[in-house]
Write a new protein. Sequence first.
Length: 185
Amino acid sequence: MHRVQMAPGPLGVLQRLCSGSWRNATYTAFREVGKVIRTVQLLRYLSDSPLRAGVTAATNKVEAFNGFSDWVRFGQNGTVAANDPVEQEKDVKFTSLLANLVIFHNTLDIADVVREPQAEGRPVDPLDLAQVSPYLTEHIKRFGEYSTHELGITPDAYEARLDVDFSVLGGDDKQQRHDGQADAV
């Protein structure tokens, strides 16, 4: 019986990679290319200070959200108690929903505070505003009294637009302003 030779192409490559053999030449070649790509990215990360700063900032944001989410989910010391995947998924989704609701409320409060100096004619520096986190918890009483008598009240329309020019936060402008060099506007 003759073995049929596969035509080169994406399907053939995938079939070779899925063959399960680490001795497969295509698998070995892709593994080596992956090592080269990882090495190049690591060298780029080590030599590029703005890239490191960006990665660190993104990592810090993720860690801040995780800490905030753990704070919101105060029951069971932050552990998923159920061994049922459906219950675990519910737990994660409800925690995410609650965290997002608190973030939304905090964002509305921050916007109200920002509008106060604007109403007095004072501009708000977007770089200052970029330092404010919506992960505020000091004003929340996790174990306090909760009133439900306002649940049926429809809130007034909320103006979502915030009159702040965030265009200065893009790219190199942000780095220059933090280095102490004023932008020419």
